[in-house]
Design a protein. Structure first.
Ligand code: 17E
Ligand code: FE2
Length: 418
């Protein structure tokens, strides 16, 4: 298989990509545009961008597609979301979770995603979310990279037997230890939970991804605690802080000191800008805080930061369509990353940076790597972001897993009739 007339990120020329036995074998610079070949599995990229697959590093598949069941989140706060979800939890069963998770995965795949990190709530004595999503991960392992985070929604230390359930989830096979220190009853319990998360990750050899300071309280400072633990245990590359929305409300002097630790620790960040712009700032009148973490400043400090959707039609967020280009568009606006320099590598935040966060191996368009890629409308990061076009093609191990015909305008352009 060959992909001809392909653009690659940060390169002006056209390329031919050669694929054999599901792997990239040659990446060749072209001398001008090539005509279609006669081989029928060859693909003409037509000057569009061939890019590493999109990665969704933060979503809750156990809760996806449950908005309004049994009640809607009327206030739009994180806290009412948690309450609505606790009403839905007793209605969970394997078939229900599987059906919703599969439809959501399908939606993500249709939009160019090939790797997903999902949270699964452990504050449920049956652990049905963890069991079902771990089973699905194993079943889909040749089709998609799925990681499961054991996530204690109601608090690892504040929920009855929360710690025992977390350990059980890791025994079942969750890949990542999660946490929610800002929702534990006290600061002390929050800090204790972070220490335990790191201990469990070491004991079971797992990654860490904590919902950290997802609140507008400038005094919520579990991030420094998590980063310091990661630094002292020398495991920054395995640790992720999700949301960190309180960082929006920290003062600049504190942030300046904090960033030194963040940089030294090497931890990863995930921001979910559509979710946070909706859930945060809900206790403000005017002016209203945006409540999105400092993505621009993290990028400028060369700290790894990526973007996730968090929710699709669930008790926290009732919109969402699986399109990470939309999430990226929101981030560029909300975080005021609209200078030319910001655009040049914008796709990093939904591809390479997310792959680094998930510790994915053999990711990217390189000779010897599995031939996993997508085809995007546009010729570079900036034009893809601006067009907000559809993902045209998704190839995994050299096999087409999704192909889309671009939409065509069929009416006559009105301007030509004048
Ligand atoms: N749970 C939570 O604590 N925060 C969120 N943003 C979602 C679930 C979606
Ligand atoms: Fe989340």
């Amino acid at each position: 298989m060959q992909i001809i007339n392909a653009r690659l990120r940060q390169k002006p020329e056209l390329f031919t990509l050669h694929i054999e036995n599901g792997h990239f074998t040659k990446i060749e610079k072209q001398d001008g545009t090539l005509a279609d070949t006669s081989l029928n599995d060859d693909i003409n990229a037509d000057g569009n961008l061939v890019c590493a697959p999109f990665v969704e590093p933060h979503i809750h598949l156990d809760a996806a597609l449950t908005a309004g069941e049994p009640e809607w989140n009327q206030s739009g706060t994180l806290f009412e979301g948690i309450e609505r979800w606790s009403q839905r939890k007793p209605m969970l069963n394997e078939a229900d979770i599987r059906k919703r998770a599969l439809s959501t995965i399908e939606l993500l795949v249709q939009n160019g995603v090939q790797a997903i990190r999902t949270h699964a709530d452990t504050t449920d004595p049956t652990l049905i979310g963890v069991r079902t999503l771990c089973a699905l991960r194993d079943e889909l392992k040749d089709k998609i990279d799925l990681q499961v985070v054991a996530f204690p929604q109601d608090g690892m230390l504040s929920y009855p037997s929360g710690l025992k359930l977390m350990e059980e989830a890791l025994e079942i096979g969750a890949d990542v230890v999660g946490g929610i220190p800002h929702f534990e009853y006290t600061r002390e319990l929050g800090e204790k939970s972070v220490k335990l998360i790191i201990e469990l990750a070491k004991k079971y050899d797992r990654l860490v991804d904590v919902h950290c300071d997802e609140i507008d309280d400038p005094n919520s400072r579990f991030l420094e605690f998590l980063a310091c633990e990661a630094l002292f245990h020398d495991m920054g590359d395995k640790v992720t802080a999700s949301h960190t929305t309180a960082m929006h409300s920290y003062d600049n002097a504190y942030c300046s000191k904090l960033f030194r630790l963040l940089k030294n620790s090497g931890i990863n960040f995930i921001s979910c800008p559509t979710e946070s712009i909706h859930l945060q700032g809900r206790f403000d009148t005017y002016p209203k805080r945006r409540g999105v973490t400092r993505v621009k400043e993290l990028r400028e400090a060369n700290i790894n930061v990526c973007l996730g959707q968090d929710s699709i039609f669930d008790p926290w967020y009732s919109l969402g369509n699986g399109k990470l280009l939309r999430t990226l568009d929101f981030a560029m606006h909300i975080c005021q990353m609209m200078g030319y320099k910001d655009y040049e590598s914008a796709l990093d935040m939904i591809t390479d940076n997310s792959a680094k966060t998930m510790c994915l191996e053999n990711y990217g368009i390189k000779i010897g790597n599995p031939a996993n890629f997508i085809l995007l409308e546009g010729f570079d990061d900036y034009s893809v972001l601006r067009k907000q076009g559809e993902v045209l093609l998704s190839v995994r191990h050299g096999e087409i897993i999704m192909q889309r015909q671009p939409a065509q305008v069929i009416s006559k352009p009105w301007i030509s009739t004048i």
